[in-house]
Design a protein around this ligand. Sequence first.
Ligand SMILES: [Zn+2]
Ligand SMILES: [Zn+2]
Length: 123
Amino acid sequence: MAVTGRCLCGAVRFEVDGPLRDVVVCHCGECRRWAGHVWASTSAPRDALLVSEQSALRWIDSPESETHARRGFCSDCGSSLFWEAPGRDTISIAAGALDPPTGLRTTREIYTEFAGDYYRPGG
Ligand SMILES: [Zn+2]
Ligand SMILES: [Zn+2]
């Protein structure tokens, strides 16, 4: 069953017709600035993601990434939506952009040592 999602303003809409990974929360500094807090994402095979409305979708190169990852967002409303790196056959998708019920669970936290100083990971 396909899961649908969108940015805040609806200018970017997508659906995922394929298996979604459980949600991973990234506490790294780059994700924190980009997402405004932590980056919580599922992921799916690239060819399972169909971006049906994408005129406002923009990509930036992830500035501190050694893997030349890039980050996709809505240029109209600013919603953080996608993360992908070359050489991977999956793309990360913002868990919060999905329409509920997602059926997903948050199962892992990464880069907790880089968490912001205003909260505790897992707390
Ligand atoms: Zn938008
Ligand atoms: Zn991160």
